[in-house]
Ligand binder design. Sequence first.
Ligand code: FAD
Length: 505
Amino acid sequence: MRRVGSIAIVGGGSSGWMAAAHFGRLFPDLKVSVIESDTIPVIGVGEATVPLLTLFMDRLGFPDPQAWMKLCDATYKTGILFEDWRAQGEAYWHPFEYLDYVDVGIHAGHCWLNWHRAGDPAFRTRQSFAEAFFPSFRLNALGNRAPAFREVAYHIDAGLLGEFLRKAAPGVERVIGTVQAVERDAEGDLEAVVLDGGRRVAADLFLDCTGFRRVLMRAAAPENRFDSYARSLFCDRAVVIRMKHPEGAAKEAALHPYVRAAARSAGWIWSIPLYGRMSSGYVYSSAFLSEEEAERELRAYWRLGDRDVGPVHKVRFETGKLDRSWAGNCIAIGLAGGFIEPLESTGLAITQTGIELAGSMLDARVYDARTVARYNAHMTKFYEDILHFIIVHYCLTRRRDSAFWRAVAESTHVPEALAARLEVFRRLLPTGATRGTNEVFMFRDISWFAVLLGMGFNFEAAPVPDKLQTAARMIRARKAEQLAEQERRLPNHYRYLRENVFGRP
Ligand SMILES: Cc1cc2nc3c(=O)[nH]c(=O)nc-3n(C[C@H](O)[C@H](O)[C@H](O)COP(=O)(O)OP(=O)(O)OC[C@H]3O[C@@H](n4cnc5c(N)ncnc54)[C@H](O)[C@@H]3O)c2cc1C
């Protein structure tokens, strides 16, 4: 058993400050220090999140999102619009709302499939599923309205979130310095870090929040393997720009309350509207596209010509995770622990899970080898669930129009565990029970169903009894009424934010 009376967090990006706020506010008896370098920059591209973030902020004592949205340049995110993934010219909607069940294990998706197969003209297109059962599709994806549902996430400036949380963690000691050396005890545990000015910071537990550098973990457990996802996910670079929004009415169109993820020749482009600027990045594979070509394609996407849009950030990354997120007395949080491409906005959610899980396991301020093993098993499953979900956005594509998409279609590695899940989903569909083919999961039934449907997955669910179809039609009618009422009532997303959150254009 090891006791924890002090925690040193190295890294002042959003991971470092999320961890500091969590431990500083919820574990006031612990001595918590954050060491941040004033020479090594943070990664902050303009991030999209998942609804889980609301819970994180709530637990810290910020139940009203509008209070912190203003300080983080945040806007609402109600889902993701995927364009050109299965085939060019096609789009699908991944909402955050809940699926309606008509019986145990049977939901609106089963009924939709039934009608679609029977040739019902109202359900001819795959998009008709979102149109019928997810008002957020018409309201938000097509209409740019303020969110009408509780299940929302945010587009956020992760750097500003870090600053907000820094101010929200008053008991936490902030040390400016760059770690130059790491001291280990006779058993190999970390004892202290030594900073560039010579200062030494000792602690019982260390959180490595140093991003892709993994400064502490490399020293604490050099044998800790990095499990690469490169066989399944081919993208390894991003070019990122941030642009001013257009003025006037065009701004209402620009501030869409959802992420746009548009597949391109060797990857995909995100559009994430923050309140002050549009963040956009091209996530691509360096095996198929050079940095210059990627920047050119990104500029062409936005019809920028030679317009100056400020600095263009170039990011190299390797998708994968450390075999052990927790080794000895060091836990790697955020980018230090691993990275999956941001297609489903999971970066901050992985960070949050890593922090909250560590927090719950340190409730008694002690841990042992079993705690560490449990933590690592949980994080591995969590990453695996996200990895599986991201792979299905690629491996089902029908695109063959570029070398990248041909390679994706022909040689994406589908792990056995994912293939087994897909077999279950094929027969039973993703439901509250079958998503649990992974006992630790990030994505719910609706997420899996929406993406698999959008990608044209071949579901083979059994026919649905008539009385359940009747129930689904009633749900659909209720949603249509709800939609009509909300279309009358809900303002434009940008105008709503201007009037209720920011108080300025
Ligand atoms: C292209 C891209 C797109 C992304 N999109 C999304 C998204 O849409 N949604 C999402 O949730 N996440 C996204 N992410 C992830 C998200 O940006 C990160 O999870 C988030 O910024 C947290 O990063 P971090 O704090 O772990 O690392 P960083 O921001 O890299 O911070 C590392 C910190 O460690 C410090 N440091 C490094 N070395 C030392 C040293 N020797 N001594 C002291 N300090 C040191 C640095 O100064 C810095 O403060 C994306 C990431 C990338 C690369």
